[in-house]
Design a protein. Structure first.
Ligand code: NAD
Length: 338
C-alpha cells in the first residue's frame, strides 16, 4: 500500500463538530478529509467516493454487507477512532482483505474518571442538589449518601480503563475486587484482589464494568448474576450497553434489588446517542423507563469526551492510517485488528 499521503482521502462517518475540529487540527500529512454526519450502514456506504480509508465510531454498522460494498469501492482500511470494535465484522474484513485498526488506549483516565463521577453523582445526588438549590430548596431530605471509604468496589475487566479506575477507587479508600481472564500482578501489588466472577458479584457494593463486549461478556449482568449481588448494589457501565440485559435490570430496579444504576452506554444506543432528540417522541420504551427511575443516571456515551482523549484519538488514528498506507503494518500490535 505504498503511497503519497496527500493524494489519499479519508471518509469519516458519524461525525460531530468536535470530530471535525480535532481531525482538521491534527491533519499534518495533508489527507483529504470527507466528513459525513450520518452513521455508516448498508445504505450510506454509497456516499464514499474514491477513499482508500473510512474512519468509523462506536455505533457505525460495519457488518458483512457494508464490508463487501467497501471492498467493491476499493477501500483498503477501516480505521476505528475508538477502542471497542464489537461493531465490526473482523472475519468479513479479513475475507475481503481490508485492514482494520483502532485506538487501543487514548485516555483510559477519561473513562475511569467518568465512572467515578457517575458513582459520586448517584451516591451524593449532586445533580438533584444542584436543581434543588436553584429553586431555593435548601432541604437535605432525600439526599442521604454513604461514605465510599471502606466500601468494596468490584471491577470486571482490568485492562487500561479498569486499571486506571482501580487506582481511583483505591485512592478513595475502597477495597477493590477484580475479575479478568488475565490477572494483573502490578495491580495486585497495589492492593487489588483478583477473584472469580461470582465473588465479585456477591461481595461488591459497587460493580463497575470495564471489559469488552463479546460472546463471553454479552449480558454478563442478567437476572442470574443480579440474584447473587448485595441488596444495595450499585452497577456502573461505561463499557458497552450489551453487557447488561436491559429487561432484567429494569425488573431488578422495579423490585428494588439493584439500588443504583449508572450507564454511559445502552444496548440500543445507536438510535439515540450523539443526537439532539429533544423535540422527538422517543419510541424506545426501555430507555424511557430507565430514565424515569430516580436512582438511575444515564449519560450519552460521553466517558471518553475530554480534550486529552480527543487529541490522542486524532493523533493515533492518523498514525495508524499512515503506518498502514506506508508500511502495511502498525508497530503497536494491539491497534491492528486485521
Ligand atoms: P482493554 O482491552 O485495555 O481491557 C479490556 C480488559 O477486559 C482486558 O484486560 C481483557 O482481558 C478483559 N476481558 C476480556 N474478556 C473478558 C471477560 N470475558 N471477562 C472479564 N474480562 C475480560 O480495553 P479498555 O481500553 O480498558 O476498554 C474497555 C472497554 O471500555 C472497551 O472495550 C470499550 O467497550 C469501552 N470504552 C468505552 C468508552 C466510553 O466512552 N464509554 C471509551 C473507551 C472504551
Amino acid at each position: 500500500m505504498k503511497t503519497d499521503l496527500t493524494s489519499q482521502k479519508i471518509s469519516f462517518f458519524s461525525t460531530q463538530p468536535y470530530d471535525k475540529n480535532f481531525f482538521n487540527k491534527y491533519n499534518e500529512s495533508g489527507f483529504e478529509l470527507d466528513f459525513f454526519e450520518t452513521q455508516l450502514n448498508p445504505q450510506t456506504v454509497t456516499l464514499i467516493q474514491n477513499s482508500a480509508v473510512v474512519c468509523v465510531f462506536v455505533n457505525d454498522i460495519v457488518n458483512e454487507s457494508v464490508i463487501k460494498q467497501l471492498a467493491d469501492k476499493n477501500v483498503k482500511i477501516i480505521a476505528l477512532r475508538c477502542a471497542g470494535f464489537n461493531n465490526v465484522d473482523l472475519e468479513s474484513a479479513k475475507k475481503y482483505n481490508i485492514k482494520v485498526c483502532r485506538v487501543p488506549a487514548y485516555s483510559p483516565q477519561a473513562v475511569a474518571e467518568h465512572a467515578m463521577a457517575m458513582i459520586l453523582t448517584l451516591n451524593r445526588k449532586t445533580h438533584k442538589a444542584y436543581n434543588r438549590v436553584r429553586e431555593q430548596n435548601f432541604s437535605l431530605n432525600g439526599l442521604l449518601g454513604f461514605d465510599l471509604h471502606g466500601k468494596t468496589i468490584g471491577i470486571i475487566g482490568t485492562g487500561n480503563i479498569g486499571k486506571a479506575f482501580s487506582k481511583i477507587a483505591l485512592g478513595f479508600g475502597c477495597k477493590v475486587l477484580a475479575y479478568d481472564i488475565i490477572t494483573n500482578p502490578e495491580m495486585e501489588k497495589d492492593g487489588v484482589v483478583f477473584t472469580d466472577l461470582n465473588t465479585v458479584f456477591k461481595e461488591s457494593e459497587i460493580i463497575s464494568l470495564h471489559c469488552p463486549l463479546n460472546d463471553a461478556t454479552k449480558h454478563i449482568i442478567n437476572r442470574n448474576s443480579i440474584a447473587l449481588m448485595k441488596d444495595n448494589v450499585m452497577i456502573i457501565n461505561t463499557s458497552r450497553g450489551g453487557l447488561i440485559n436491559t429487561s432484567d435490570i429494569i425488573v431488578a430496579l422495579k423490585d428494588g434489588v439493584v439500588d443504583y444504576l449508572g450507564i454511559d452506554v445502552y444496548e440500543q444506543e445507536e438510535k439515540l446517542f450523539f443526537r439532539d432528540l429533544s423535540e422527538d417522541i422517543i419510541q424506545d420504551d426501555d430507555i424511557q423507563r430507565l430514565m424515569s427511575f430516580p436512582n438511575v443516571l444515564v449519560t450519552a456515551h460521553q466517558a471518553f469526551f475530554t480534550n486529552e482523549a480527543l487529541t490522542q484519538i486524532a493523533l493515533v488514528t492518523y498514525d495508524n492510517i499512515k503506518s498502514l498506507l506506508l508500511e502495511n503494518d502498525i508497530e503497536n500490535k494491539s491497534a491492528l485488528l486485521v
